[in-house]
Design a protein around this ligand. Structure first.
Ligand code: FES
Ligand code: FES
Length: 161
């Protein structure tokens, strides 16, 4: 029975997600975005293309922005993952989240968590990024609604704050 064979090779992993210790039983082929959404109920990261083309699934892995559809959950054992749900702190939105609201930087909002997480990784390294750095950070994130101008405005607004 194929299902039984897969279940038998599933293994327990421990990792930190949004600052909390979590344990998960994962099959070898389970991706990080699947584990976040289906096993942990963290649905902020979206799965759209599932092949590293759109950026909707962007999260931080040990502080770096990654496409969670291209990372295996099993490879996250012992590592630290941050999703859009973990970006606010002390009851306050991240300055990028506030700036996205103030700049009206979304339409349907499907790409928004990925856009913000891609920018948040940049702002963590570089609190006052240049326009070129902002463009580069956003270059792997698509917006089917075409809200790009407002997304860039939001990043500039966050930079000024
Ligand atoms: S769903 Fe991961 S890059 Fe598109
Ligand atoms: S706001 Fe709809 S895909 Fe970006």
């Amino acid at each position: 029975m194929p299902g039984a064979a897969i279940a038998s090779i599933a293994r327990m992993i421990a990792l930190r997600v949004n600052g909390e210790h979590r344990e998960l039983e994962v099959e070898p082929r389970r991706t990080l975005v699947e584990a976040l959404r289906l096993d942990l109920g963290l649905t902020g990261a979206k799965e759209a293309c599932g092949m590293g083309n759109c950026g909707a699934c962007t999260v931080h892995l040990d502080g770096e922005a990654v496409y969670a559809c291209l990372v295996l959950a099993a490879d996250c054992a012992g590592r630290s993952v941050t999703t859009i749900e973990g970006l606010a702190s002390d009851g306050r939105l991240h300055r990028l989240q506030e700036a996205f609201i103030d700049a009206d930087a979304f339409q349907c909002g499907f790409c928004t968590p990925g856009q913000i997480m891609a920018l948040a990784a940049l702002f963590q390294r570089e609190p006052k990024p240049s326009d070129a750095q902002i463009m580069r950070a956003l270059s792997g994130n698509l917006c089917r609604c075409g809200a790009y101008q407002h997304i860039v405005q939001a990043a500039r607004l966050a930079r000024e704050r």
